[in-house]
Design a protein around this ligand. Structure first.
Ligand SMILES: NC(=O)c1ccc[n+]([C@@H]2O[C@H](COP(=O)([O-])OP(=O)(O)OC[C@H]3O[C@@H](n4cnc5c(N)ncnc54)[C@H](O)[C@@H]3O)[C@@H](O)[C@H]2O)c1
Length: 340
């Protein structure tokens, strides 16, 4: 297949693109390159040719000749939403819908969208794909809006697929330390200490970044009818962890790490997600990683690169810090377009 992957210079995209290339696909990337400053470690994987382009400025001509688009390029965490307000909607909602319209008018038949389990918000019990959604942040609301608008575009010529990913973890050259397991491992390595502010009771579904890549590859391999307007959670039933379990796993992996918990906190996001559907629709999907294996993988990499505190705390691997820096130094304008 000829596949355009947006967000190839991000945490997940940096892992996915080489995997698709190794599968024999022709891959072209598209990324505006906000996070190029952060590259944690080298591998011998190939990187695809990448168009330096803001997704809001894509044209149908950019998308002609592709069999599929995998769309990952968005502003990827909740606190960025509070920093830049409406820009989150411009990029994540309107930008994504614009990209999908361009893809459809260019004749691209498949569009795999990276949604998120955060659309469920705080929920009682266990939620599945048929549960009502309850997005609470700008980031999660945009995911829900894109799902709604792209579903309305689905027809004989255009099949969007919505992967509602759990929170990712694990190593990527374009590392993120602002997601829970990666952050706790970085703390354990750097400080030998994890001081949780909460009591650790909220539940978080987690999934390894490579298992997300696996789900995307399954979606691309599947017959089009099977993935047409499909909404599916990506993760595994065993990987609904309490934050306490995640922290304890990390503390076991990094001996000598002192772990403490705080008081219960009333307003924390908590949800348990069912992941049965992905195994039904993609018979070839099975999450291969648990958090213990992910923590072990990160430990090995920190060891290999003798990771310094500046690397962990710097702007290279924390999305909010890098966006703040680009704004403060005037490299991007208040709409997050690069200045000339
Ligand atoms: N990492 C997770 O835990 C997780 C969980 C669920 C869903 N997702 C979704 O998966 C996707 C990828 O996540 P990630 O963790 O790799 O994020 P990331 O921030 O590491 O990567 C996003 C990439 O998109 C690019 N980008 C952002 N705005 C752009 C724009 N306007 N035009 C062009 N490029 C732009 C950035 O430069 C970056 O390289 C996102 O849509 C995210 O919401 C991620």
């Amino acid at each position: 297949m000829r596949i355009l992957v947006t967000g190839t210079e991000g945490y997940l995209g940096a892992l996915l693109a080489p995997e698709l290339m190794a599968d024999g696909h022709e891959v072209v990337g598209l990324d505006t390159g906000y996070y190029k400053a952060g590259w944690l470690y080298n591998t011998n994987s190939s990187t695809p040719h990448t168009l330096a382009c803001d997704l809001r400025e894509v044209t149908p001509d950019d998308l002609r000749g592709y069999d599929a688009v995998v769309h990952m390029a968005e502003l990827s965490n909740d606190p960025i939403g509070s920093l830049i307000g409406d820009v989150t909607y411009d990029v994540n909602h309107l930008g994504s819908v614009h990209l999908a319209r361009c893809a459809k008018s260019a004749g691209v038949k498949r569009f795999v969208y990276m949604s998120s389990c955060s659309v469920y918000g705080i929920a009682e019990g266990t939620v599945d794909e048929d549960s009502p959604i309850n997005p609470l942040t700008a980031y999660a609301k945009c995911k829900a809006l894109v799902e709604r608008d792209l579903t309305a575009m689905a027809d004989d010529d255009f099949s969007p697929t919505f992967l509602r990913n759990a929170t990712a973890f694990g190593a990527s050259p374009r590392m993120r330390f602002d997601i829970v397991l990666n952050n706790l491992c970085g703390l354990a390595w750097t400080e030998h200490r994890i001081a949780m502010t909460s009591d650790g009771t909220p539940v978080r579904p987690l999934v390894h970044a490579l298992d997300i890549a696996q789900a995307i590859r399954c979606a691309l391999r599947a017959d089009r009818e099977r993935v047409h307007a499909l909404v599916v959670n990506v993760g595994s039933d065993q990987a609904n962890y309490t934050v306490r379990e995640i922290a304890e796993t990390v503390a076991r992996e990094f001996p000598g790490c002192d772990l403490t918990f705080g008081e219960p906190s009333a307003d924390e996001r908590s949800y348990r997600v069912a992941f049965g559907k992905i195994r039904e629709v993609f018979g070839d999907f099975a999450a291969a990683w648990d958090v213990a294996a992910g923590a072990q993988q990160l430990h090995r990499i920190f060891d290999n690169i003798a990771m310094e505190p500046e690397t962990f705390y710097g702007r290279g691997h924390t999305r909010l810090k890098q966006i703040e820096y680009l704004l403060k130094t005037g490299q991007v304008d208040d709409q997050l377009f690069w200045k000339a």
